[in-house]
Design a protein around this ligand. Structure first.
Ligand code: HEC
Ligand code: HEC
Length: 316
């Protein structure tokens, strides 16, 4: 969590107020409590930004693409009994979503399994702690944080790692939404187009400002345009070794290019799996569209490829 100029300023105001009222507590304690308030404010924004685009509190039934976060929280508390156990289970699920860990079976049936968003572990811990220690469905909370205003985080434009991650996350959210919506409304066979990133314009404002482009490449590509370069194949192999031994998959920044791994989950297997997982209809569609398809035969939690963000003219 980074402390912004504003955060410092409000910490200062906070101290001044308390000093004026002459409360006899050590200033160290005061500082600590003011900073905690500021961190939780940042975490609330990060919860809305990272999770509410799918777990919206106010989407209509028809446009819903995931249960609301308040429903998820209730289901976890009911299943696990204590906040601590619910908290651990939620962290474990979001770090690597799988059907064995699912608590809300009906939601998974209806929306498909949650994509692996690869949040940073400490950011996620902050968010999950926050969910279990605040009234995230109260009217006050929603009017303060879920006002519909754009909640893009402030990122230093020279921090290409953060920017790269931000652009990948924004794209994943759009892609995840469109893909699930398409499968839900029209069935997998008709959803084939939706895995095409070129069909998605980069609406992310930071990407546009920085003239960044985002693509996905793979060592076992479906679309001939998405073939990885030899160096990128090395990155993919490195990530495959890391994921097999359950290690962290840190992004790579090389020159003006940022990479992040793409991990499969159960939903992907409808179009990238093997045997019965891929229906005959989907196979026929794929044969027609991609005669040189290499992207079948994956299992869950494998490296399907990498995201690549090129920073255009800004990086060198
Ligand atoms: C791209 C859309 C998307 C984003 C972003 C997203 N989720 Fe989800 N999430 C889903 C969908 C869809 C489900 C319902 C299917 C399921 O249970 O896997 C779900 C379910 C869950 C569940 C319940 C799983 C269960 O046990 O049934 C938890 C917990 C969860 N999400 C936490 C989070 C948190 C925390 C964040 C933000 C840090 C987040 N999600 C961001 C789509 C998303
Ligand atoms: C509805 C079918 C479908 C589903 C579900 C699906 N994909 Fe795809 N995927 C495709 C198609 C079709 C392409 C080729 C897109 C193109 O022409 O650019 C593709 C391409 C890709 C590519 C680009 C590299 C390449 O091989 O051309 C990646 C990476 C990828 N998919 C990952 C995933 C992941 C990860 C999931 C699950 C979260 C997933 N896909 C789910 C159909 C699907």
């Amino acid at each position: 969590m980074h402390v912004t100029k504003n955060a410092k300023l409000s910490t200062y105001h906070c101290i001044m107020k308390l000093h004026k009222s002459l409360i006899a507590i050590s200033s160290v304690l005061i500082l600590a409590s003011c900073e905690t308030a500021e961190i939780s404010h940042e975490t609330a924004k990060s919860l809305v930004y990272n999770c509410y685009s799918c777990h919206s509190p106010n989407a209509s039934e028809a446009s819903r693409i995931a249960p609301s976060m308040a429903e998820v929280k209730t289901a976890y508390l009911a299943k696990y009994g204590s906040k601590k156990a619910a908290n651990n289970a939620m962290n474990a699920f979001v770090n690597s979503p799988s059907s064995e860990k699912v608590v809300m079976g009906e939601a998974m049936e209806r929306f498909g399994i949650m994509p692996n968003m690869q949040y940073e572990k400490t950011d996620l811990q902050h968010i999950v702690n926050y969910i279990f220690s605040n009234q995230i469905d109260s009217r006050e909370w929603l009017s303060q944080y879920n006002s519909g205003a754009s909640s893009e985080p402030k990122i230093d434009k020279s921090d290409y790692s953060k920017l790269g991650r931000h652009i990948v996350m924004s794209t994943k959210k759009i892609l995840g939404k469109n893909l699930k919506g398409a499968i839900k409304s029209q069935g997998t066979e008709y959803a084939l187009d939706f895995c095409n990133t070129r069909a998605i314009s980069l609406t992310d404002s930071m990407g546009v400002v920085l003239d960044a482009t985002i693509t996905r490449v793979s060592d076992r590509n479906r679309n001939p345009d998405n073939a990885a370069s030899p160096e990128e194949v090395d990155f993919i192999e490195m990530y495959s070794t890391l994921i097999a031994s359950n290690r962290d998959l840190s992004p790579i920044l090389k020159g003006g290019t940022f990479y992040m791994p793409i991990v499969t989950n159960e939903m992907c297997l409808q179009c990238h799996g093997s045997g019965d997982e891929v229906s005959n209809g989907v196979r026929t569609g794929l044969d027609k569209l991609y005669p040189e398809d290499l992207a079948l035969g994956y299992g869950v939690n494998e490296i399907r490829g990498i995201w690549r963000v090129d920073f255009g003219t800004y990086a060198n």
